[in-house]
Design a protein. Sequence first.
Length: 224
Amino acid sequence: MNDEYNPSQGEDHPCDRQILYQELDSLVTQICQETSNPWKRRRLLSQLVIKMTNSGLIWKEKVPYYEDALAEQWVFFCSNLYESRTGTQYDPTRSNPMTWFNNCLRWRLLTFAQKMAEQNARKYHNDKVLEDFTAEDDSHVMECIQYFETVKNWIETNPDGILNAHIRGRKDLTCQVILINLLSGKNITQMAAEYGCAYQTIYGFWKNKCRPRLLDKFGKIHGY
C-alpha cells in the first residue's frame, strides 16, 4: 500500500512530483516564517491549499462522507500547519505536507466509518443493519465499516502477537497499546504526556515498528 494517492487518470512523472513537493515545502517555510503579517500568511496558506487541491494527489475514496471528512481535514491541516491548535503541529522533518495531509485524512475516513457503524448499531439490532443497507452506496459504506472493524479487532486481539513489540525499557508501551490509543483519537503528544515518555521515542517507535505492521495488515486484508 502506497503512502500517497496516485491519480486515477494517468501517471505523473516522479520529477514533476518532486518539484511539486519542493514548491509545497517552500510555501510552508514562508507561512511559518511570516509572523508579522497575518494577511500575507493567509494568502500564502491559500496558495498552498490551491496547489495541493490542483495536484490530484489528495487521497480519494468513493464514500458518502468523504467530503465531510475532507472538510474537517482541511480545518485540521490549516490549524496545525504552523502552530498546534487542535492536535500535533506539522513537522517538515518527518514528512512532506501532502503525505501528512493524506495520512491524517485516511485516519479521519476510518473514524467516520466507525462512527457511522456505532450510530447504526444503536438504531438497529445486529443483523438488521446489514438488511437495511441495500443501496449501492450503502453497501460500500458497509464494506468500509467492516474493513475498519476487521483492522480494529486485529489490533485489539493481536492474534498473531506481532503487536507485542515494545519500546526498549518500556514493556507497557507496545505496538498494540500505541495503536489502540491512536484509534481512540489520542495523538502522540498526548501519549507522551500520559505515559511519561519522550515524543521522539514514541514517534520513532510508531514509524519504524507499529506503522509497518499496520500497513502490512491493511495490505493482506486487500490482498496486496
